[in-house]
Design a binder for this molecule. Sequence first.
Ligand SMILES: NC(=O)C1=CN([C@@H]2O[C@H](COP(=O)(O)OP(=O)(O)OC[C@H]3O[C@@H](n4cnc5c(N)ncnc54)[C@H](O)[C@@H]3O)[C@@H](O)[C@H]2O)[C@@H](O)CC1
Ligand SMILES: [K+]
Length: 537
Amino acid sequence: MAELLTAAQMRAIEEAAITSGEVSGLELMERAGAGVVDAVLETWPDLGGGAPKAVVLCGPGNNGGDGFVIARRLHERGWTVEVWLYGDPARLPPDARTNYERWRELGPVRPYRDEGPGAFWLEPSDYREDTVLFDALFGTGLTRPVEAFNAVGWATQLSEWRLPEEMRRGAYPAVRVVAVDLPSGLCADSGRRLQSDPPPGDVEEIVADLTVTFHARKLGHVLAEGPSFCGRVVVAPIGLEPRRRALGGREQRVTEVTAPAGLDKAASAHKYAHGHALVVSGGFGRTGAARLAARAALRVGAGLVTLAAPGAAQMEIAGQITALMLRRAESGDELAGLLEDPRLTALCLGPGLGLERARDLVPPALEASRGTVLDADALTAFEDAPEELFGMLHEACVLTPHAGEFARLFPDLAERLKQPAVSGPAASRVDVTREAARRAGCVVLLKGPDTVIAAPDGQSALNAGVGPRAAPWLATAGAGDVLGGLVCGLMARGFTAFDAACAGAWLHVEAARAFGPGLIAEDLPEALPQVLRQLGA
Ligand SMILES: NC(=O)C1=CN([C@@H]2O[C@H](COP(=O)(O)OP(=O)(O)OC[C@H]3O[C@@H](n4cnc5c(N)ncnc54)[C@H](O)[C@@H]3O)[C@@H](O)[C@H]2O)[C@@H](O)CC1
Ligand SMILES: [K+]
């Protein structure tokens, strides 16, 4: 599984490599700069043949050091290179200073200080269609908002370069923007832009076309605003070993969800060998969500799936199902009666359930100690008494809130994400989901474009909805109900709560991608066979 790193983990990996004598910091910086140049030429082959222009903005730390390497290497390739430094050359860290000196033998360094309008104003004639701007101001060392950009700073001008031609004040041709490691201003751990509070007016951000990071992606590339700031993200290997020990314990690590194993069915196994899922439906006129969840549970391979509905809803359901089964569960007592059947291996409650019914049915469902997905109304029903719910939850439960439901159960954690990110590392969706899982004592899957999954012991994973894992079509009514059903079906088949949540999140995205544009929730279960076939299930 691909690890997504924090700034501290990246530093620990680098330090371990340097102290072991395997490589020097200077060599790593050289490889980082070379990696950026390679990625630029690979992304824009048209720049390979000519003599383009580079404007390299260097900052006061090692990110700036990478910038000086890039400047030197592009100069060696025949590019016209212009270098700017924000900071005092005498205070550069040693490796950055060395590369500053090396560049100084080749060309000048123009100082930038935030001295008001015009402090960083390059003549329009300086710019050409083949100009590439390198943002080597701040990388993983950013700890506070970048004041230098306020109102009159570079960012305003950078963003102007990026406006459509007819909207630009001057006659600047479009400039390609490359972020070194991270677009400056972005928090490496949370993907949030560090900003003073209240935010300064009229500040534009650096939005990159290409971000070249080193060794592995950082959480900030995929969380929150990260994807919209980074553009294409390329990972340049800089010869570092994985060094898992430097990453810390499992409570500090975050992996990306990957294709699940174990979805095939043995030739000799009968249907009960694959578990029996029970999905609890809402009342008359509100059964669609549960039917979607149930069909997803069946498609993902649960041997049997039963819908439990109040009497008044049974006719409605019966007319719309075939392979699914139907039982009556009018009340909590009736549900408890159904759950006396030990062959029921997993439950799903919430989609379309109704708040009153949820308050009645969730306690006996949790009492039964089966793999249990709680979603939608099963979460909202406890808005006024989250502790009551937490007291009943057990390790085989998965809560699948969207941001709104999450805020109802964990208002203080949701508030942490809303507070302005004034210093780094800022609170991230991973942090709050981990804390929520610890508090609830079960797995929490926080839905969103970046879906985060955490277990009470801190183990975490995420599906970054970017690049090959983007599935914008999932923003459609009922898609969340299908996810609940997938996780329930997988638990019915014997997956642990955490593994079921990860596999469910992966399959959900994969099914959406297999169907593509025009997707509605009903299509998701129907796209699963194709996905499962590709997995060799
Ligand atoms: N050996 C290494 O450590 C390597 C580091 N690499 C590069 O080094 C970067 C990390 O370097 P650093 O840790 O020096 O950090 P940065 O270069 O990201 O920035 C840190 C510097 O900026 C200052 N600073 C932080 N926030 C500021 C703000 N808002 N306004 C003004 N100054 C601010 C800090 O006090 C520090 O001087 C990585 O992102 C990567 O680009 C790569 O060269 C690979 C090797
Ligand atoms: K940068």
